[in-house]
Structures are given as structure tokens and as C-alpha cells.
Design a protein around this ligand. Sequence first.
Ligand SMILES: [Zn+2]
Length: 260
Amino acid sequence: MPFTWAGRAASVSVAVRLRTAGRPRCIVTQVSEIVTLQAIDDEAAAYRAALEDVERRLRGSDELDAARRELSVTESALAAVRKEQRALEAQIEALTAKIEPEERRLYDGSVKNPKELSSIQHELGSLKERRAGFEEQLLEVFSRAEITERERGRAAKAVARCEAIWERDQQDLRRESKRLSDLIARTQGRREEQQGRLAPRSLQLYEDVRRRKGGMAVAHLRAGVCSGCRVMIPEGMRKRAFSSDALAQCPNCERILSLG
Ligand SMILES: [Zn+2]
């Protein structure tokens, strides 16, 4: 287009009209492009978090792990009770092995001496008393073993139930993982496109603030309050932030401010 003074005057007036709220249009546009980029990044972050959760569930299930741990605890408890049972049974058996020949000696007439007979009787009494004590303990161990066995049965059923659910979920989870991966790839494409709409300096500032502010680089200014840090920004500061040709940043949290 050939240069004319009239043309120049027209373009100046267009430039003036394009200023929004006293700010150059390019800055206003940059802010709106940054808001869009932030929205794309938020979307991608949500997909990534969901994918992470799906991957974690694909590796295993917390419920299944907990059920397996519970089963292992009850199995150890049962093994301990069985060990106690075997020890008591061995004690009882050993005592019976001593009692039986003594009883035979007492009744087969081989011992005639009353003093010796009385000593055997006394010894037998003491052996039987000890055996009765062990037998009583054994009964208590039997009842504990029964309870532990029931607990182990319940824990084994819980493991089987969790395993069945996990198996069934695997297919759904694999499908979900694929869906989320596709969405992430698509969002990545949109991000690259959106990045191209930003001036290198704006993009650099956005990336820098995003990295430092937990992924949230943009804040909205509503009724003088920054949505990022919830701090009321005094009017003077607000005016200063929006008066330059650069992107406005919250004086408190440094996030890029968008009006509305
Ligand atoms: Zn702030």
C-alpha cells in the first residue's frame, strides 16, 4: 500500500481505538493468549494426574496390598499358635511317657515295698498334675487356633475378592490409560500451537512464573484481589502494574495478572 499521510492518520486512530483500558492492544492480546495457555496447561496437568493414578492402579491396588498384608499377619499368627500347640503336645507326650511305666510298676505287683509304692504314687501325682496343667494350656491354645484359623479364612477370602476386582479393573484401566495418553498428546499439540501465539518474552515469563508457582502462572484480578494469593492489591500498585507496556504481575505473588 503506498504511503499517504491520510493512511498514516487512519492507522494511528485504529491503534488508539485498539488500546483497551489504556493498555496497548498487543499486551491485552498477550494476556488473553497466556490465559488460554494456562488453561491448556491446567487441562494437561489434570490428565497427567489422572493418568498417574491409573498407572498406579495398574501396578497394583491399595486394597489388594492391604488384604495381602492382613493375610500374611493372620498366617504368621496361626503359625505361632501351631508352634505353641506342638510344644505343649510334646511336653504332654513326654510326661505320658514317664507316667505310663510308673503306673505299670505301681499296679503290676513288681514293687512290694510300701515306702517305694508311696514314692511312686507321689511321683505319679506330681507328673499328672504337670500334665493336666499343660493339657489345660493346650485347650486354650486350641481355642485360639480356631479363632486365628477363622481370621485367616476371612483374610484369604478378602484377598480373593480384591484379586477378582483388580483383574476385572485391569481392562478398564488399560483403556483409560490409552484414552488419557491420547488426550495428553492432543493437549501437547494445542500447547505448541498456543506457544507460537506468544512473544518470546511473554512465554519466558509465563514458564518462569509457572515453574515457581506450582503450575499456576496466571491470576485474575477481581475487585482488586489477586486470585492467586488472595491479597488485596492497593489501587496505586494496581495502576502501576497496568501502566507499563509489559505484562502486569501481582506485586505480592508475582503471577501474571489478567483482568476479569
Ligand atoms: Zn497475587
